[in-house]
Design a protein around this ligand. Structure first.
Ligand SMILES: NC(=O)c1ccc[n+]([C@@H]2O[C@H](COP(=O)([O-])OP(=O)(O)OC[C@H]3O[C@@H](n4cnc5c(N)ncnc54)[C@H](O)[C@@H]3O)[C@@H](O)[C@H]2O)c1
Length: 255
């Protein structure tokens, strides 16, 4: 167990999947949690799950690609809880699997805006608040698509960018008491994978079956298995770790 009593954590993309699992684990460890998502219903459901277990959380609507909205998310966190100690910049979208030459410019831009610019905007507004709070820990969600070509072209480009941005930010703020790391989930059982897992008739696609079969453990990861790594990196247990990208992928990178 990791004691996060009195800590305040902000998690984006927390209305579903990995972000939801992270908020639940953070709240279990005693943190007060800001559940931020573009989908307010999803965020509210996460808050209900946390408060029904005696945790403390609020829901905030945010589009992470919108600078004013991200700034407002940080302001509302400070107005409500007075500080920020932990941030998990996690919101992301997958994009469609078009070859590079067929990819529509608007779609390319949307994936980069949410997955990469969204993480940068989080850092931009969270870091000054953390410095005011005496330091903090940030975990950005990249992907094995940030280390390999697994994923759609814009997605892979955005997630490589998240790792580069994580490293650069970690070196800039290491002496200000801010640690910044990235996680690189493999195939995790969330709505994102579900969307690509079934065809129009609702049948599981061959692509997904193959993807699962390729996994060394023969299964997908669970969001809670990713959340455990995020919470560990956010805690003092990881006090000498910054600027790294951690695969959480059941051995996929060893293949
Ligand atoms: N599931 C996987 O296999 C996997 C693997 C590697 C990386 N990831 C990454 O993990 C992160 C979380 O994905 P997930 O698998 O939990 O998927 P998910 O679809 O279950 O959750 C993503 C959440 O992000 C929110 N979101 C989307 N766009 C947003 C925006 N502009 N602003 C704010 N919130 C927004 C969605 O509403 C949703 O609640 C993503 O960054 C994704 O790329 C997932």
């Amino acid at each position: 167990m990791t004691n996060l009593d009195d800590k305040v954590a902000v998690v984006t993309g927390a209305g579903s999947g990995i972000g939801r699992a992270t908020t639940e684990r953070l709240a279990t460890e005693g943190a007060r949690v800001v559940v931020a998502d573009v989908d307010f219903d999803g965020a509210s459901e996460t808050v209900e799950r946390i408060t029904s277990e005696e945790g403390t959380a609020i829901a905030i609507t945010v589009d992470v690609s919108d600078a004013a909205a991200v700034e407002a998310m940080v302001e509302e966190t400070l107005d409500t809880y007075g500080r920020i100690d932990i941030a998990h910049n996690n919101a992301g979208i997958e994009g469609s699997n078009q070859p590079v030459t067929e990819l529509d410019e608007a779609e390319w831009q949307q994936v980069i805006d949410v997955n990469l610019t969204g993480v940068w905007l989080g850092l931009k507004y969270e870091i000054p608040a953390m410095i005011e709070s005496g330091g903090g820990a940030i975990v950005n969600t990249a992907s094995i698509g940030g280390l390999t070509a697994v994923g759609t072209p814009a997605y892979v480009a955005s997630k490589h960018g998240v790792i580069g941005l994580t490293r650069s930010t970690a070196t800039q703020y290491a002496q200000k008491g801010i640690r910044v790391n990235a996680i690189c989930p493999g195939v995790i059982d969330t709505a994102m994978i579900e969307r690509g897992a079934t065809d129009e008739a609702g049948t599981e696609t061959e692509e997904i079956q193959q993807l699962v079969q390729q996994q060394p453990m023969g299964r997908m990861g669970q969001p809670e298995e990713v959340a455990n790594t995020v919470v560990w990196l956010s805690s003092t247990e990881a006090s000498f770790i910054t600027g790294n990208a951690f695969p959480v992928e059941g051995g996929y990178m060893a293949l």
